[in-house]
Design a protein around this ligand. Sequence first.
Ligand code: TXE
Length: 483
Amino acid sequence: MKRSHLQQNARQYINGRWETGVTSGLSENPSDTREVVAEYARADRSQTESAIRAAVDAFPHWSRTTPQRRADVLDQIGSELLARREELGVLLAREEGKTLAEAIAEATRAGQIFKFFAGEALRAGGETMSSMRPGVQVDVTREPVGVVGLIAPWNFPLAIPAWKIAPALAYGNSVVFKPAELVPACGWALAEIISRAALPAGTFNLVMGSGREVGQAIVDSPLVDAISFTGSVETGERILRAASARHAKVQLEMGGKNPLVVLADADLELAVDCAVQGAYFSTGQRCTASSRLIVEAPVHDAFVARLRRRMAALKVGHALERGIDIGPVVDRRQLGQNMASIAAAIEEGAEHVWGGELLTRPTAGHYMSPALFLARPHQRVAREEIFGPVACVLRADDYEHALVLANDTPFGLCAGICTASLQRAMHFKRHAKVGMTMVNLPTAGVDYHVPFGGRKASSYGPREQGRYAAEFYTTVKTGYVMA
Ligand code: TXE
């Protein structure tokens, strides 16, 4: 393996100190598997518990700091993220495999999120109300929840941790953060920036390692008051059972099988743009990916033909190469899962339109061409989240049928529609059973100052991001005063 670009050894950050792990692991570049991106420390249960205890000890002090102090800390972190966005983007592209442009955009977004929550720390307030009883005053105030465990996935290794860590700290909580095993260098780089922001020791802790050991230790600990998780449905449900059994607050963001409806009156070029971006950019590894393209019969064949042409022109390659549209799949296991899903689609009789092949590039990476199928609603390719560059087209008889198909899924994260009809767009916005809707836009690609999250099997608990993040990271207290 090449180690020329080896990241400085990524260590745990516990109680304000950098610590080696009980064991160590390597993260590799999915664009070139001969390159090690980081050697990182792996914690066990007892090291994780020491991070949790540090967060418990830090909480009373941090929760009583002034809003100005918290805003200054978050602003400093945001400024450094923004100043170093290109360097962090290169690291992210090397470790996760999204294209450099996508990776720099993600680093930028992480910085913007910290800046946003710096402002939110100042704006946090409560309500005063009249009482039903004479002479009594009532107020509703918000307090931090306590120690929060933040468990993150690999697909947005800077932005997702940022949108969990920033509100947690802004509202006065202390943090134990566990990044995904595939992206420790990104987690470490973020922690390193946070470590220089003059937080009291123990307020923010980084523990790396396996989900089963480190993640489970966070979930099981009676000292962790709240858990915010993004990842697979299976792990999310396991976390929900364990955490709710001990009455911890839980927030889960899980999968999606997001529909993009294309009506006969849509601007077809725009619809194809939305489909390509939503289904295939970031290698389809987004919970908001448009994996079900539901197309009204009169434009079905024309849409498929145009989309196929656009797909044929997409360039798949090394994440750092100029002009690349799609980077590699994140790792061998995910590539294997994608290929198995493609084989299952063919076996079930879905009609193969384009792609889905393993690709060879000058460097040994996990490359595949984006895939498209014509499917029927009951087929697995139209029902299960694949989490790769694989999409299917479902034919709809008319708008009403398209809406039924769009809602015919256990998931409910995001739904999009391409149409020139304001009436249809508004009807769709009202009747799509999801947390986010898009009109003439890709399903993926959201703003950081508004709520993010879904319904049904996609999400559980309060929304993330924007002002709504306060719902999870604070608890409400109602005060009565007879004056
Ligand atoms: O997810 P996991 P993985 C989907 C996608 C992918 C599949 C598996 O289909 O192929 O999930 O990916 C931690 N207690 N998505 O294995 O296992 C784990 O260490 C506590 C969709 O990465 O859910 C990591 O930090 N924590 C999704 C985080 O949970 C545990 C994004 C996510 O890991 C744990 C990512 C446990 N018992 C994957 N087990 C989306 N839709 O955005 C694991 N973890």
